[in-house]
Design a binder for this molecule. Structure first.
Ligand SMILES: [Zn+2]
Length: 241
């Protein structure tokens, strides 16, 4: 509990896309007598920037084998040809628009785009969104970095069965703020301990009944925060598992 949440998250490990706030589209032309319009005497008040945050965009594309060097391998329950890369806009903890990437099964790309469009419209913040391959497929490291990700061909936590992530039908959102908590109340991630209880307030936190939970519910995805015993507050999945 040494430091305040906002202080620790605002250092942002995310990669900012060209910041809308600084993209001044109105360049003051250097004084060139030739180009000074008749009204040049007026002080040019900077108009409200016409370039606010960009509109939400999402692109769904096929995945090449070498884009998933760690998260996919032969023997996974879904072939990589049945997975899709979704590149989309999300709102960052730094109050700026970013571009993130998720891999999901091709059958659920519409669900994901629908939900994330809504989250962006609400400016609901997400810390960062990279493929788990950026962490060599290591779920622990991805979570520790507070990375939002979906597909990963791995067993369910504490099980020998495939996780829904291995089917590309589950996503973990802001895993630091929304940890996996055992029935006894513990979490494996030191940096997540202050978020082990619900409800709790904070940026990017998902609480029972939240609009985020409802947005997923509307496309048929269930929240791991409603599980009995173990709670997986970061986890949303198509089948509920
Ligand atoms: Zn999960």
């Amino acid at each position: 509990m040494a430091f305040v949440v906002l202080a620790s998250v605002s250092c942002g490990a995310g990669e900012p896309v060209a910041s809308p706030a600084t993209s001044d589209s109105v360049h003051e032309t250097p004084e060139s007598p030739m180009s000074v319009p008749a009204s040049a005497g007026q002080k040019s008040t900077p108009a409200p920037s016409p370039t606010g945050p960009p509109p939400f965009s999402a692109k769904v594309s096929r995945v090449a084998r070498d884009q998933l060097p760690y998260s996919w391998r032969p023997g996974c329950p879904v072939h990589y040809r049945d997975l899709r890369l979704v590149t989309l806009t999300y709102w960052g903890f730094d109050d700026k628009a970013h571009t993130g990437q998720l891999v999901v099964r091709k059958t659920v790309t519409g669900d994901i785009v629908t939900v994330f469009k809504r989250l962006y419209g609400w400016r609901w913040p997400i810390k960062q969104m990279k493929l788990v391959d950026a962490y060599k497929g290591d779920d622990y490291d991805s979570i520790d970095a507070d990375n939002t990700s979906a597909f990963n061909c791995r067993p369910a936590t504490g099980s020998s069965n495939w996780s829904n992530h291995a089917y590309g039908e589950a996503i973990d959102i802001n895993p630091r703020e929304n940890p996996y908590v055992t029935a006894s109340g513990s979490t494996a991630h030191q940096n997540a301990k202050k978020f082990a209880k619900r409800p709790v307030s904070g940026k990017g936190v998902v609480n029972p009944g939240d609009k985020v939970v409802k947005a997923f519910s509307r496309v048929g995805w269930e929240w791991g925060g409603y599980w009995s015993g173990t709670k997986d507050y970061q986890h949303f999945s198509k089948s509920g598992g």
